[in-house]
Design a protein around this ligand. Structure first.
Ligand code: AMP
Length: 397
């Protein structure tokens, strides 16, 4: 990963600082229902304001196809002000006269939110003229939106080439954590990958087998691998047509000396339903009408053993149908075990992805992991080994 400058080096005093944030928060009836994303960018906003900078927030909201009052950031300016504890000004456009006037009126330490960048087509096209119009409003650029860094948009990528560019505190924390996960990790590294499908995670699996000492495969995607190896999996969810892909990934792992840990037993039910009657079977005895909904007890022991052997664990995807009790058991036990090892100071644990974050909360251990990324798509692209344009551009700025 390329190096980047942080707020430590940003001379913000008296300067107009364009800060790209992700405050794409859930709303109901015009009210913000979860402020997690706002909370995450608070340290950056507070620090710049406290140091006498003029904070000009840039953000997107939803997927508008042009100006649309339903996707205005105006109500979110209020919510940001509420969390910040002081009022946040709002400008009805993110470029042009209205934006320029609002920026000019901003005192040192003041905070202004500009209207949804996606109201202009130039944002998603990374149009140089639109990026220049944004750049006119600031002296410095700070990107604190890791979750938008996999997109090369004007406010996430283009701007970094036009102004001195820095990583904000949440971007910095995310990049440092990810670096500890795969780029400069304590070894051995064990990756745990689960979830429904192989098809959505082929690039990710191929990248991981070349970077980690062991890969635990669970969830529905393990069924695809088992089927490819000739194991009867009954009526389990699987992508039977991806057998060749699964075998290719297994042979790549062998070539790279990456141990593959697949389930050796499974919890099987006849219905995809909470509390469906279930039983644990060895993989040589999966009933033809059965569905594998979780890893079995022997597999859980093996996964715990893999976690014990690791200095670093990188995790994406549940090990079973974790929304349906009791088929969350394998995921919960593994999550608590990794959390316990982390609390003991024996493990660096890094997890991310929507379902994984939900599962860690369900297990009550999200706070115990070394780092939990809420950055969905950007986290997955990082696991795929891709260079994120928003991060790459920070090195150039
Ligand atoms: P993903 O979005 O690919 O990470 O997949 C997450 C989904 O995979 C969750 O909704 C889980 O319920 C589902 N899942 C995990 N294991 C299984 C399984 N053995 N059978 C069916 N669904 C599963």
């Amino acid at each position: 990963m390329t190096s980047f400058r942080t707020l430590d080096e940003a001379p913000v005093k008296g300067q107009r600082v364009l800060v790209r944030v992700d405050i794409n928060v859930p709303m109901e009836d015009g009210r913000v229902t979860d402020t997690t994303r706002i909370d995450r960018v608070m340290p950056t906003i507070r620090e710049i304001a406290d140091r006498g900078g003029k904070v000009v927030l840039l953000a997107h909201f939803g997927r508008p196809k042009g100006p649309d009052p339903k996707e205005s950031l105006k109500p979110i300016a209020k919510a940001v002000g509420h969390v910040l504890g002081k009022s946040v000004a709002f400008a009805e456009d993110c470029i042009g006269e209205k934006a320029a006037q609002a920026v000019a009126a901003l005192p040192e330490g003041g905070v202004l939110l500009l209207e949804n960048t996606r109201f202009h087509a130039g944002e998603e096209k990374n149009d140089p003229d639109f990026a220049k119009a944004l750049a006119k409003l600031g002296d410095l650029y700070v990107n604190d939106a890791f979750s938008a860094a996999h997109r090369a948009h004007a406010s996430t990528e283009g701007l970094a080439h036009l102004l001195p560019a820095y990583a904000g505190r949440s971007m910095q924390a995310e990049l440092e954590a990810l670096r500890k996960g795969l780029e400069k990790p304590e070894r051995p590294v064990v990756a745990i990958v689960g979830g429904a499908k192989v098809s959505t995670k082929i690039d990710l699996l191929e990248n991981l087998v070349s970077k980690v000492e062991a890969l635990v495969i669970g969830g529905g995607m393990a069924n695809t691998f088992l089927h490819a190896q000739g194991v009867g999996i009954g009526k389990s969810l699987a992508e039977r047509e991806l057998a060749a892909t699964a075998l290719r990934i297994l042979s790549a792992a062998q070539e790279k000396n990456c141990a593959i840990i697949l389930p050796v037993d499974a919890v099987i039910a006849s219905k995809f339903e909470a509390n469906a009657p279930h039983h644990a079977y060895g993989l040589d005895a999966v009933p033809s009408e059965g569905m594998i909904l979780d890893v079995g007890p022997q597999s859980i022991e093996r996964i715990k053993g893999a976690i014990d052997s690791a200095a670093t664990v990188v995790w994406n995807g549940p090990l079973g149908a974790f929304e349906l009790s009791p088929f969350d058991h394998g995921t919960m036990v593994a999550a608590r075990h990794a959390a316990e090892r982390t609390r003991l100071g024996r493990l660096v644990s890094i997890a991310g992805g929507g379902d994984t974050v939900a599962a860690l909360h369900q297990a009550g251990v999200a706070e115990d992991f070394t780092y939990v990324s809420t950055a969905g798509g950007a986290f997955l692209e990082w696991l795929e080994g891709k260079e994120l344009p928003g991060v790459k551009a920070l090195a150039a700025g």
